[in-house]
Design a protein around this ligand. Structure first.
Ligand code: ATP
Ligand code: MG
Length: 193
């Protein structure tokens, strides 16, 4: 099964981000290139595990449940493009506080992933909220439009808002022609909140 671990936004915060995304969807003009995500798909990926044998899920869950971590705050920051505004594939919102704490939690999660044979990602971890996926295009004027969307996003999204992280969850991802469908399999709580 295709699995990943993620942190969810508290519902009121999720709704604020989703409202901003809805405005951006309208402003991007039917968004031929942008595939905007809705409340069901907005999350902060902690670790993408990929294909995991069903027989290993209990070990993974048990390990994640045994991690001793303290809750912390995340603060929403500005938006940007991966890998770059010139070749954008993902439009995201970042964080201005709590990044080191997310990295600390990931370091512990990596040990659980290693236990079931999932390797560490070689790239440094940058926590982010994927807001849209972007279809590649050869339109030379697109960069200006991408910059414009980013500018609008920083006005429409709840930049500067903080929220507590007290849980993370194990999700199954099923890829369908209509997009990925995520199912929460388990949730892990901080020891101290
Ligand atoms: P789709 O692949 O159809 O666009 P998706 O990316 O939402 O949908 P998955 O590919 O199953 O669905 O990914 C699940 C989550 O893990 C998403 O948040 C995705 O951004 C993240 N993810 C997927 N692959 C990686 C990867 N190689 N490294 C880091 N995160 C990843
Ligand atoms: Mg994907």
């Amino acid at each position: 099964m295709r699995l990943f671990l993620a942190v969810d936004l508290p519902l009121p915060m999720l709704q604020q981000v989703a409202d901003g995304v809805e405005e951006l969807r309208k402003s991007a003009g039917s968004g031929r290139q942008f595939r905007w995500l809705g409340t069901d798909n907005l999350h902060i990926t902690l670790k993408f595990l990929g294909e995991v044998e069903e027989s290993q899920v209990n070990q993974l869950s048990g390990c994640c449940a045994s991690i001793e971590w303290s809750g912390f705050g995340l603060k929403l920051g500005g938006s940007g493009y991966f890998p770059s505004v010139n070749r954008p594939r993902v439009f995201w919102q970042g964080f201005s506080a709590g990044i080191d704490e997310m990295r600390g939690l990931l370091a512990r999660v990596e040990r659980c992933a290693a236990g079931i044979g999932v390797l560490k990602d070689s790239r440094p971890y940058t926590p982010h909220l994927t807001l849209a996926r972007i279809k590649p295009s050869k339109d030379g004027n697109a960069v200006a439009a991408f910059r414009q969307i980013q500018k609008e996003a920083d006005d429409l999204l709840p930049v500067g808002s903080s929220f507590p992280v007290t849980t993370f969850s194990l999700y199954q991802s099923q890829l369908t022609p209509a997009g990925a469908v995520y199912t929460r399999l388990d949730t892990f709580l901080a020891r101290i909140i």
